[in-house]
Design a protein around this ligand. Structure first.
Ligand code: PLP
Length: 408
């Protein structure tokens, strides 16, 4: 049921006008939908790390020793001091070094997106989003009353070259540009250097904030790093970076961070205080202790190998079971690839395919769920990260069977 339908069915309740813009997430809803199934399902739907990619033994051990009096009380809104200190040290060795005056620990990347929109989006503001995009992010902008403008994505990321013309139709510059520049969710593509530079230039011209959402950047398994926005434009006040430990450690901890201009740090803290006071304290301690033990780089190195193998396995299975009846992206990192139906499958609506495939034991996210305007009916997102190569092959075989059933 859409939010508008719900609002219509609850006429006696004094819902806020914005309630109709709470559109929900098929991505998140698939967690409970799949949990409710009793038959075997190959899970390509959620963007979750593989069980084997979570350092669970070490977490168990840390969790058994970490609790002290400070675990049971409120923590600082900006984040636990030890985690902030360790994060600054860790980031010093990455493409995006930072300092404590720029960082606020968040309850996952989602809260970073919420804070960005809370600070920058007024009702009616134009917000550019990629098409397709991570619709939890676009939904966050919608929940603050944004008017969304979808800009297509190709193999070099967002079509920044088209943005100016598309924006011109709206007779006002965008307040924010929401991008997932590296190993984009859902397409897996990475924005080229030229487009990154062009995007920065347009943002400067318009005074638009760049909401740079990058949960996957540390998961490159092939190709060359492309300079980040921070590298290209250090200390740029228009850059608002959203980061998370969800994909590199474990999403269940709900620990992430934002990196933003120091002039808005207090506003971020005020905004977060109106949401959750502080991020779960024991979880921050566990993440901090994990970083302090020095294993994060080795962990990243090993999961990059795992994910590369799985991406290759998925492309190989797709070639064998689906051949030229589909096209795909070929990501150099991250969790996802984007599959477009072609030839005899080209007319299939992936929302209908979803029902058939679920019954056949394979789950994915249909394309229309990854575009605010419901585009991409003949495309879908596959997460290669969470299944073994054997399960991937089984899942793609099942998907091919479902597709064949639909055209029979
Ligand atoms: C692009 C993108 N941004 C943000 C998030 C949310 O991250 P978290 O689970 O840490 O809230 C995700 C998770 O799938 C994502 O893919």
């Amino acid at each position: 049921m859409t939010a508008t339908d719900i609002a219509r069915h609850a006429p006696s309740l004094p819902l806020a006008g914005r309630a109709k813009d709470l559109v929900g997430s098929m991505i998140d809803s698939s967690t409970s939908l799949l949990a409710a199934q009793t038959h075997d399902i190959v899970r390509f739907a959620m963007g979750s790390p593989a069980d084997e990619a979570v350092p669970s033994e070490e977490f168990r051990e840390i969790a058994g020793t970490i609790l002290d009096a400070s675990s049971f009380t409120y923590g600082a809104t900006e984040g636990e001091p030890r985690l902030l200190e360790l994060l600054v040290k860790y980031l010093a060795g990455t493409p995006d070094p930072s300092s404590e005056d720029r960082l606020v620990i968040t309850t996952g990347g989602m809260q970073g997106l919420d804070l960005a929109c809370k600070l920058f989006i007024d009702p009616g503001d134009l917000v550019v989003v990629e098409s397709p995009t991570y619709t939890n992010g676009s939904a966050t902008a919608l929940s603050y009353g944004a008017q969304l403008l979808e800009v297509p994505v190709d193999d070099e990321g967002m079509r920044v070259d088209m943005m100016q013309d598309l924006v011109a139709h709206h007779h006002r510059p965008p307040k924010a540009i929401y991008t997932i520049p590296t190993f984009q969710n859902p397409s897996g593509v990475t924005m080229s250097l030229e487009r990154r530079k062009a995007l920065l230039e347009l943002a400067h011209r318009w005074g638009s904030v760049i909401i740079d959402d990058d949960p996957y950047g540390l998961l490159r398994f092939s190709g060359q790093d492309i300079p980040t926005f921070q590298t290209l434009s250090p200390q740029d006040p228009l850059l608002f970076s959203v980061r998370t430990f969800s994909k590199i450690l474990a999403p269940g901890w709900r620990v992430g961070w934002v990196d933003a201009d120091p002039s808005i740090r207090q506003l971020l803290i005020n905004g977060k205080q109106a949401m959750d006071t502080c991020t779960n304290v024991p979880n921050q301690h566990i993440v901090a202790e994990y970083i302090a033990r020095g294993g994060l780089d080795d962990h990243l190195a090993s999961i990059r190998v795992l994910y590369r193998e799985r991406k290759d396995a998925m492309l190989d299975s797709i070639a064998r079971h689906l051949g030229d009846r589909v096209t795909t992206t070929n990501p150099e990192g991250g969790f996802f690839l984007w599959l477009t139906l072609a030839g005899e499958f080209g007319e299939i609506d992936t929302r209908e395919l979803f029902e058939v495939a679920l019954a056949d034991g394979v789950a994915f996210i249909p394309g229309p769920a990854l575009s605010p305007g419901g585009r991409f009916r003949n495309a879908l997102r596959l997460c290669f990260a969470s299944s073994t190569p054997e399960r991937i092959d089984e899942g793609i075989k099942r998907l091919a069977g479902s597709l064949e059933k639909m055209v029979a």
